[in-house]
Design a protein around this ligand. Structure first.
Ligand code: ZN
Length: 134
C-alpha cells in the first residue's frame, strides 16, 4: 500500500475560470489502483466533476452568477470585497475523492475534473492530491 501527496499549482487568468485538470492529474498518477483526493487549498475556488462541453460550461457560469448575485451587499465585503467568490465556493465544495484504475482516473465517459477559479486572476493556486493505493 502506498500513500503519497503531491501539490499541483496553477495560475488563473480570469475572475471566474473553469479549468479542466483531468490530464494534469492523470500525468501524476503512478499507482495502478486506489483512490485520489483532489483538494483545493483556497476558500475562493472549487473542485467539481462534470462534462467538458463548452455550452454547458457557459451555462454553469451563468447559473453560478444567478445563484450568488453581485447585486446584494454581503457582510464579508466589508473585510476584503470578495464575498460572492467565497459563497460560490461554499456551494460547490473544495474537494472530490475519485477512483483510480489502470494508472489513471476512473471517470465516466463524459466526466472531467475541474478546478474552478472564483476570485481570479491568481498565481500559484495549490491543489493537493492525496493518493492511496497499490
Ligand atoms: Zn475573503
Amino acid at each position: 500500500m502506498l500513500f503519497k501527496q503531491i501539490d499541483l499549482t496553477i495560475d488563473t487568468s480570469k475572475k471566474l475560470e473553469i479549468i479542466d485538470i483531468t490530464s494534469k492529474i492523470n500525468d501524476l498518477i503512478d499507482i495502478e489502483e486506489g483512490i485520489i483526493s483532489v483538494f483545493s487549498k483556497h476558500s475562493t475556488s472549487a473542485i467539481v466533476v462534470n462534462e467538458n462541453e463548452n455550452g454547458l460550461l457557459d451555462d454553469f457560469e451563468f447559473i453560478l452568477k444567478q445563484l450568488v448575485s453581485d447585486k446584494f451587499t454581503y457582510n464579508h465585503d466589508k473585510i476584503d470585497n470578495n464575498a460572492s467568490s467565497h459563497l460560490k465556493s461554499f456551494l460547490l465544495g473544495s474537494s472530490e475523492c475519485l477512483p483510480i484504475k489502470n494508472y489513471k482516473l476512473d471517470l465516466g465517459t463524459w466526466q472531467s475534473i475541474f478546478f474552478i477559479e472564483l476570485d481570479g486572476p491568481r498565481n500559484n493556486r495549490t491543489i493537493t492530491l492525496s493518493l492511496i493505493g497499490v
